[in-house]
Design a binder for this molecule. Sequence first.
Ligand SMILES: Cc1cc2nc3c(=O)[nH]c(=O)nc-3n(C[C@H](O)[C@H](O)[C@H](O)COP(=O)(O)O)c2cc1C
Length: 134
Amino acid sequence: MPDLFKVMAERRSVRNYSEEEVNERDLNVILEAACSAPSAGNLQAYEVVVVRERERRIALARASYNQIFMAQAPVHLVFLAYPARSASIYGGRGAELYSIQDATIAAAFAMLAPMPSVTGPAGWEPSGTMRCSR
Ligand SMILES: Cc1cc2nc3c(=O)[nH]c(=O)nc-3n(C[C@H](O)[C@H](O)[C@H](O)COP(=O)(O)O)c2cc1C
């Protein structure tokens, strides 16, 4: 597994993408990393939507202040806060704060996920079991 601090130091925002598909194995590693994030009450009050369809990617880019470069990326992960899930335990604080924090932290964890096909044999192997329901 790559050194976490090296990964953090080398992470950069990317605004120019190749159209090469992200394979399912890499995608699972990214989603597993998101699912391993802490969440208030362990409720994981967020959903992740995987978007591959070109028209939807363009619509997302337009909805994101018209940042059309986004649509180049072959797959988008949309992190949605799930206010009702957090509100069921934490009321308004869960709906208005914790669910957004949960989604944000999960997105940050996803950003730091190494991808096996990029990092080579030393990369992080997906466990094969999504841990979102822990
Ligand atoms: C809450 C948040 C919102 C952001 N929104 C955008 C955005 O809409 N478009 C964009 O290109 N970058 C966005 N960024 C990326 C920042 O511009 C970027 O992290 C910052 O310039 C530092 O560069 P780095 O990520 O390469 O270290 C966002 C970052 C954060 C944390």
